[in-house]
Design a protein around this ligand. Structure first.
Ligand code: C2E
Ligand code: MG
Ligand code: MG
Length: 695
């Protein structure tokens, strides 16, 4: 149904009804929506009207129905606007006169859809009919009736004249009575040239068949105003061969404007002019029904800008709006002619491709969208761009109702966003299960963090040449129902669900407490390498928190090292994170670049952030002996680090030959199962350290 605004507009104009109808599979028209004011005309509430147009139509006066049906059919066949004055049955069992108007909506993909307005003109028409009955009342009534009432006469020789008229005619045509009565020529001349042939035809047809004249056209008045007029007239043939019409003409300009406005509010997103959610749903339903019937496929894509909040913050509200409008234009340009582009609110858009030749095409559409939206947009003189997350569905395979499909597309979109954005995710059935699992897991993680059930494992880092102990990497551990949850999984989950900060605090707090205990036992653990995530570094209290935790445990800042991955440093919060890392540096702690080689490694970036150490990712170390490429990469990273004055740790050493290779390549430090596995048992760490110190 309607949103609040159109409803409000209509509340002020009760005898004016707006509805939208579309043709369904059975070729009959369905009412997509109808304004509450239908009650004022038909005496039926929208619920009573239902969604089948036939009920409403059955209440059209039998004398008017055939002509109106013809008008509508003819307009329908040519997809042009229709209008007419006719009677409908009201609640009291009587008839009301209405002016109806229908506008085809070609902008909606694949649907045969019409915006229809119905205005109650009973008062005017009753008066008009009285006039035809009683000549005596003409003068009295004609003066007081809005709209133009006149007698129009066509003589057998084809000449025409206006023989009588009401005061309303002067308002309508802006001419004096003398001007009009002398010669109807000026009135004809006002008809817009493109509307003239149809207008002449309608009068001629009515005169020839002696059926009511019912027509809508435009005029340009002497003052230059363009008006929409709707006229109805009953022809009679006089004994002398004259044909005379008693005619009533309404100025329907305002109705048309109001109609446009209401239609816009009901169907369009006001900011971008794209279709809104309700139109998307309706169109989707139609497309879905068609594809179910013909066995074809369509696609629904949901698109969300990854950084719109930042853009909005940077540009302010107006700039943000401008960005959204530009995005809408780009989407429209890249979408196919038959595709529907909608804005669902905020920075979320949808593209509906009603008919795909091949379901695989959905990937191409997504790719085209991604490319189109990624180009820089000059907004207020600044080039801006945003990556997008896209969730795709193909129907009917991914959902046989519009509700299910939208939900699934949304699920795919959420998956794309939570994987860090910049991604297209196609819906699959297991996404749903994953979502449920993730939700329960997130709840459990929240509890584990609150109850201190997150443990820290220590894994030694040793000198490559001598295998002497150097320090520990601290790794978070979580056991749920007796089974360990992989850190890669719960760390990512914490990032997504806003738990990264408390998780990180638990890890730092526990690790430093252990460091204290070890030092107290005379077992200096060496620097602890602590992994931190983007959200921790984005938080401006991070360096302060670290300083306090160090102080509380009386650990020197040099006793810790922060491990960050390249993706963290070069991601969307790069500037903010660089500042935090500077603070960490000033504190006296060191910074290691983790998983080096797996992200967007760039030497320029390396210069921007002051790091002290590179950690070669274990994926390069694994095949160091068998894969010459990996061997070359490892050697290159080591040389690069050394030439930049950094030291290097190789991760994931599991075999003696791997260690031998690293020694030959002058890698400084090593870490891996070959030396020791990470352990959460304090005694094991103590025992290990005792042995290490003895050696
Ligand atoms: P990472 O920082 O690269 O940690 C090294 C990973 O390699 C650890 O995996 C460790 O158990 C594993 N590893 C060590 N030696 C070997 C070996 O010889 N062979 C093999 N195959 N693996 C080895 P883990 O503990 O599963 O952690 C995975 C990732 O989770 C870590 O990668 C780190 O990025 C992240 N992570 C772990 N704890 C935390 C934490 O407290 N905070 C944050 N933000 N991330 C953490
Ligand atoms: Mg690490
Ligand atoms: Mg690593």
């Amino acid at each position: 149904m309607f949103g609040t605004r159109p409803g409000f507009l209509l509340a002020n104009a009760p005898p004016f009804v707006f509805m939208r109808v579309s043709r369904n599979e059975n070729r009959s028209y369905r009412i997509d929506y109808i304004s509450e004011s239908c009650q004022a005309i038909w005496g039926l509430t929208p619920a009573e009207v239902g969604d089948d147009l036939r009920l409403l139509w059955s209440r059209t006066h039998p004398d008017d129905a055939p002509a109106m049906l013809r008008t509508m059919r003819e307009a329908g066949a040519r997809r042009v606007e229709w209008a007419g004055t006719f009677r409908v049955l009201d609640a009291q069992g009587g008839y009301r006169w209405v002016v109806g108007r229908g506008l085809p909506r070609d902008d909606l993909a694949e649907t045969d859809t019409w915006s229809i307005t119905v205005t109650d003109v009973t008062g005017q028409m009753r008066a008009f009919h009285d006039l035809q009955m009683s000549e005596a009342r003409f003068r009295a009534l004609a003066e007081n009736i809005p709209g133009a009432i006149f007698r129009y006469c066509v003589h057998p020789d084809g000449s025409d004249e206006i023989t009588d008229m009401s005061r309303g005619c002067f308002d309508l045509w802006e001419l004096t009575q003398e001007q009009i009565l002398a010669d109807p020529g000026p009135i004809w001349a006002m008809v817009l040239p493109e509307d003239l042939p149809a207008m002449q035809q309608s009068v001629a047809d009515s005169g020839r068949t002696l059926t009511p004249w019912n027509h809508m056209w435009r005029i340009r008045t002497p003052s230059g105003t363009v008006k929409w007029l709707q006229g109805r007239g009953q022809p009679h043939r006089l004994a002398n061969g004259d044909i005379v019409w008693h005619s009533l003409i309404f100025d329907v300009t305002e109705q048309r404007n109001k109609d446009e406005e209401i239609r816009r509010l009901a169907e369009e997103d006001t900011l971008t002019g794209l279709a809104n959610r309700s139109v998307l749903l309706k169109t989707l339903e139609t497309a879905l029904a068609r594809r179910l019937a013909d066995g074809g496929s369509g696609a629904l894509l949901l698109i969300d800008l990854d950084h719109f909040k930042d853009i909005n913050d940077a540009l302010g509200h107006d700039g943000g709006d401008q960005y959204l409008r530009a995005t809408a234009q780009r989407l429209r340009a890249v979408a196919g002619k038959r595709d529907l582009v909608a804005r669902l609110g905020g920075d979320e858009f949808a593209v509906l491709a009603p008919d795909l030749g091949d379901p695989q095409q959905v990937g191409l559409i997504a790719e085209r969208i991604r490319i189109a939206l990624f180009e820089d947009l000059p907004i207020e003189g600044r080039p801006l761009s945003s990556s997008v997350s896209i969730g795709t569905t193909v129907f009917p395979a991914d959902g046989a109702t519009s509700g299910a499909l939208l939900k699934h597309a949304d699920l795919a979109l959420t998956e794309a966003k939570t994987s860090g954005g910049k991604a297209t995710v196609a819906f699959t059935r297991d996404l749903d299960e994953r979502r449920v699992r993730r939700k329960t897991l997130a709840e459990a993680l929240r509890g584990a963090i609150a109850h201190g059930d997150i443990e820290t494992a220590f894994q030694p880092i040793v000198d490559t040449a001598t295998t002497a102990h150097s320090g520990f990497e601290v790794l978070a551990r979580w056991t749920l129902d007796g089974a360990p949850v992989p850190p890669s999984e719960f760390v990512a989950l914490a990032e997504e669900t806003g738990l990264a900060l408390p998780l990180g605090e638990v890890v730092v707090t526990k690790a430093l407490a252990w460091a204290r205990r070890l030092e107290d036992a005379g077992l200096a653990p060496g620097p602890l390498s602590i992994n931190v995530s983007a959200s921790q570094l984005r938080h401006d209290g991070f360096a302060t928190f670290l300083a306090e935790a160090l102080q509380r445990n009386a650990i020197a800042p040099a006793g810790i090292e922060i491990e960050v991955t390249e993706n963290v440093i070069f991601g969307r919060w790069a500037t903010r994170i660089a500042e935090t890392l500077d603070d960490v540096h000033r504190l006296g702690a060191r910074i290691a670049l983790d998983d080096f080689g797996t992200g967007y490694a760039s030497l320029i970036h390396l210069r921007r952030i002051k790091v002290d150490r590179l950690k070669i990712d274990q994926s390069f170390v694994r095949d160091i002996e068998s894969d010459p490429d990996d061997a070359a990469i490892v050697r290159t990273i080591i040389n690069l680090a050394h030439s930049l004055g950094l030291d290097v740790v190789a991760e994931g050493i599991e075999t003696a030959p791997q260690l031998a290779f690293l020694r030959r390549s002058a890698c400084d430090l090593a870490q891996g199962y070959f030396f020791a596995r990470p352990t959460t048992r304090f005694e094991e760490i103590e025992t290990y350290l005792r042995g290490a110190l003895r050696a």
